[in-house]
Design a protein around this ligand. Structure first.
Ligand SMILES: Nc1ncnc2c1ncn2[C@@H]1O[C@H](COP(=O)(O)OP(=O)(O)O)[C@@H](O)[C@H]1O
Ligand SMILES: [Mg+2]
Length: 309
């Protein structure tokens, strides 16, 4: 048995002359989170639309739960939950009635639908607002209701298209916790985001999309190791020694950038720490602190996505 829950192979989708997806391949094992990272217009929503059977690919193939998104669209649809970038709840209905309606459409009895709706409202901390029209909900509450709506049918795979865009920090954190809970229960998640911290926190593996192409993929640590730049930061006791220390490091072949009482320089290996110590020693200085900085996902994103754009 294949344990990939989502697989896309060389998917191409164009809108007129605009190639939204230009040969995209991804593979998401069951029970994991793939973070699809990319700027506006990178092709994230188009890929989600292809995978959720809403848009046929021009070329290439994709499967969800082992079913082909084109020829077995019905089987795919019965296994997925989709939360769009824009909340899709009926504003005139209460939170509970929205969920009950969806459950009924999916074939539940009135009683089952109420049980499921109530359970989800509790999970998403919306029980107190269950009977209020959803138009009175805050942005964060709406987003949670939208996510709850996508979970009514106990989907094996959920697609979250920029689920936290526009949410306040507390709303984002709440949503992250819900996603983590779903994954613990074995759900597979494809999440698109423009936020690095979100991908870093939630994603088991990250694919960076730029102009319809995959420009990098791997775990957060792999991506950082691949393109990130490590740095060494030297802290001096006396800021007036900065020019002297800077000169010493430059003579040792480094490119230090001064700040308040520190110098930061790119390094390729931790062995260069010894070079720093020796260079400072030669001019009679000593660092009060030497720190090796690891690259961040921001470095990766800036390097890759900006480069491609
Ligand atoms: N229905 C459409 N008609 C024409 N162009 C589209 C359509 N949907 C998306 N595009 C174009 O395809 C590219 C990718 O869009 P999209 O998948 O929405 O990116 P993202 O979700 O990463 O912001 C963009 O250049 C966008 O303008
Ligand atoms: Mg989008």
């Amino acid at each position: 048995m294949n344990d990939l829950m989502i697989e896309a192979s060389d998917v191409v989708k164009a809108f007129g002359a605009q190639k939204a997806l230009d040969g995209v391949s991804i593979a998401v094992p069951k029970g994991t989170v793939l973070g699809l990272l990319g700027h506006n217009g990178a092709g994230k929503t188009t890929l989600v639309n292809v995978l959720t059977t809403m848009l046929p690919p021009d070329r290439g193939t994709a499967t969800v739960g082992g079913f082909d998104v084109v020829t077995q669209a019905h089987q795919v649809r019965s296994r997925i939950g989709l939360t769009g970038q824009f909340a899709a709840v009926d504003e005139s209905l209460s939170g509970l009635d929205n969920l009950v309606l969806i459950a009924r459409l999916l074939g539940a009895s009135t009683r089952e639908a109420k049980v499921r709706g109530t359970e989800l409202l509790e999970l998403f901390d919306l029980a107190d607002a269950a009977k209020r029209p959803s138009r009175t909900y805050s942005g964060g509450m709406r987003r949670r209701l939208d996510l709850a709506a996508s979970l009514v049918g106990h989907p094996e795979v959920i697609f979250l298209d920029e689920p936290t865009t526009g949410l306040d920090p507390a709303g984002r954190l709440g949503l992250w916790e819900v996603v983590e809970g779903l994954v613990t229960d074995g759900t597979t998640v494809l999440l698109t985001t423009q936020y690095l911290d979100e991908a870093d926190r939630l994603a088991d593996s990250i694919t960076v999309l730029a102009q319809g192409r995959v420009v990098a993929s791997g775990t957060s640590a792999e991506l950082k190791a691949q393109v990130g730049q490590r740095t060494v930061t030297v802290t001096l006791a006396d800021a007036s020694d900065l020019p002297k220390a800077q000169g010493a490091l430059e003579r040792a072949g480094m490119q230090p950038v001064p700040a308040l009482n520190t110098l930061t320089a790119p390094v390729t290996s931790s062995r260069e720490l010894a070079v720093v110590v020796r260079a400072l020693d030669e001019v009679g200085l000593e660092a009060t602190e030497l720190a090796l900085g690891e690259p961040t996902l921001d470095d990766v994103y800036l390097t890759l996505a900006a480069h491609a754009a």
